[in-house]
Design a protein around this ligand. Structure first.
Ligand code: NAG
Ligand code: NAG
Ligand code: NAG
Length: 244
């Protein structure tokens, strides 16, 4: 596959940190059409913006682009906000983005029940969850505002990626900090299939529509923008987690 042929960048320190377990994987992609709220799973795309087909005609194919609008919410999903609903969630709740697997070039994938075997996060790498408050209608929001991070999934034992354990870890999880200001947010998941080259790293992302309730009081930060904030010299992808 493409990413195996690319050259190792000697200054890819962000990824150098992340390179453990970068064993070549069998082909397989994934997307996050299902949102779990306090353990209850939604329908496909009920609260997650649908992603479009990429240039290969495949819905869950990864993005290799670090600077284009597809990095915000997945392929074409800065524009698909009118196709999904918004879930109301009390601050302090746990969200999970459930990963569904796709074959190398599967086209549009029909909703189907989670398969405890083929589905799940199919590659080794880190994951993160971010939030961004919509300045106006959430449906129209293209995610060009400020994003703060609420969860990161790394390698807590220094040897294995915590999120890589399909199918027993069906979702990438995050708790909405208790003091998150009430409002309507895009909640963005990303998961990387790490490659020895920056350009070869596969990015899988999606955005959910979440209305946060609660008493607020916190000031989320530090923040970054998508696309384009990740730098190969960074010691980790994005800012520190905001815990409220
Ligand atoms: C995605 O956006 C591109 C550029 O706007 C467009 O040509 C393409 O048809 C879109 N694909 C889908 C599946 O919406
Ligand atoms: C996310 O939470 C679910 C339900 O508690 C759990 O089964 C799963 O292992 C968690 N995912 C990760 C990556 O820890
Ligand atoms: C890889 O990424 C770097 C940094 O963005 C860029 O300068 C270079 O042209 C890319 N190489 C390829 C083969 O796409």
């Amino acid at each position: 596959m493409k990413f195996l042929h690319e050259q190792v960048s000697s200054k890819a320190s962000m990824l150098a940190l992340l390179l453990l377990q970068s064993v070549p994987q069998v082909s397989g992609h994934y997307g996050f059409p299902i949102l779990s709220v306090n353990g209850k799973w939604s329908e496909w795309w009920e609260f997650v913006r649908p992603v479009g087909l990429d240039g290969y005609g495949s819905q869950f194919f990864p993005s290799y682009d670090w600077t284009g609008s597809n990095q915000v919410c997945g392929i074409n999903a800065t524009k698909t906000g009118h196709l999904t609903g918004t879930v109301k969630v009390e601050a302090g709740s746990t969200l999970g983005f459930v990963a569904i697997a796709a074959t190398y070039s599967q086209g549009v994938i029909d909703p189907h029940p989670y398969r405890w075997g083929p589905d799940g996060i199919g590659h080794a790498g880190p994951g993160q969850v971010y939030m961004s408050l919509a300045p106006g209608a959430l449906e129209d929001y293209e995610g060009d505002g400020d994003w703060f991070k609420i969860a990161t999934s790394g390698a807590s034992d220094g040897q294995h990626w915590d999120s890589d354990g399909q199918p027993w870890k069906p979702s990438l999880n995050a708790t909405i900090p208790k003091t998150t200001p009430p409002g309507k947010y895009l909640v963005r998941v990303e998961h990387f299939n790490i490659s020895p080259s920056y350009n070869g790293t596969q990015q899988f992302m999606s955005c959910a529509h979440v209305e946060v309730t609660g008493s607020g009081g916190g000031t989320p930060g530090p923040t970054i923008k998508f696309p384009g904030s990740y730098n190969i010299e960074d010691p980790r992808p994005g800012p520190a987690v905001w815990t409220g």
